[in-house]
Each structure stands twice: as C-alpha cells, then as structure tokens.
Design a protein around this ligand. Structure first.
Ligand code: AMP
Ligand code: ZN
Length: 135
C-alpha cells in the first residue's frame, strides 16, 4: 500500500535503522523508542493487522521476533523484553501495517503494565463460552 509509512520503509522511500531482514520480514528500530533499542518487526507485504497476516508468514515473523528479542537484550543489556502488538486504532495501533514491538526492559524503568480488573461471579465462564463458540 503506497501511502503506508512502513511500506515506504520496505520500499526504501524513507530511511530506517534496519537490524535484520529476510525475503519476507524486516526488523528496524522504532523512531520514538520506549527504551533505546526498541525494535519493530514487520512483514514486507502490507497487512493491516496481525489477524490479516497468513498463518505461514506469521510463523516466520514470530521466529524473527524471537531472534531480534535475544539480540536486543544482549545489545542493550536489558533484563527482559516486552513483545507487544496492537491491532486496530482502539487498541492503540497508530500504523496500520502489522508490526511486533520488541521493547527492552530495565530495572527501575518505571514502565507499568495495563491495569487489571475482576470478573463478577460466573462472568468469566460466560466469556470463555462466547469465545470458544467463535473458534
Ligand atoms: P503502534 O502505535 O503500535 O501502531 O506502533 C507504531 C510505531 O511506529 C510507533 O511506536 C512509532 O514510534 C513507530 N514509527 C512511526 N514512524 C516510524 C518511522 N518512520 N520509523 C520507525 N518507526 C516509526
Ligand atoms: Zn504497509
């Protein structure tokens, strides 16, 4: 998709700090890092969300994510790494080209996970049933 910023990175129209590539997958640094070394892993082909990516390609992407995550940890001295992926605007996706974030984490970096809630009595089972019915 021509107007997509990540497609432009794939096409070399705009620069990026590439760290790894295969014929189908590209990894480069996020321009506004949560912490330094924050990388993004994308399919070269445009798909809006992870759910749109064909299974075989998604498998290839996650293997690259694993490889890059190890390298990011080694290179930055991070004690851990968050692998994150937002799908659709409501979930915080700002670039509609599927991408995994690889975010190095350090002790005392102050980042917090999202707040968690509770189910009412019997509600969790109901959600599990509704989701199972879609699978
Ligand atoms: P998300 O908000 O999950 O869709 O992630 C999109 C990410 O793309 C953000 O973290 C941005 O900082 C990053 N980003 C946007 N434009 C560029 C760019 N030209 N090069 C590298 N990263 C970018
Ligand atoms: Zn794209």
């Amino acid at each position: 998709m021509q107007s997509c910023i990540f497609c432009k990175i794939v096409g070399g129209e705009i620069p990026s700090a590439k760290v790894y590539e295969t014929d189908k997958v590209l990894a480069f640094l996020d321009i506004s890092p949560v912490s330094k070394g924050h990388a993004l892993v994308i399919p070269r082909q445009h798909f809006a969300t992870a759910m749109d990516v064909p299974d075989e390609l998604l498998q290839e992407i996650i293997v690259v994510v694993k490889k890059v995550a190890k390298a990011v940890m080694e290179a930055t001295g991070a004690g851990g790494v968050n692998l994150a992926l937002s799908n659709h605007e409501i979930a915080g996706q700002t670039v509609p080209h599927a991408h995994f974030h690889v975010i190095p984490r350090h002790a005392g970096d102050g980042l917090r996970h999202w707040p968690q809630g509770k189910y009412a009595e019997g509600e969790m089972k109901g959600y599990a049933e509704k989701i199972k019915a879609q699978l």
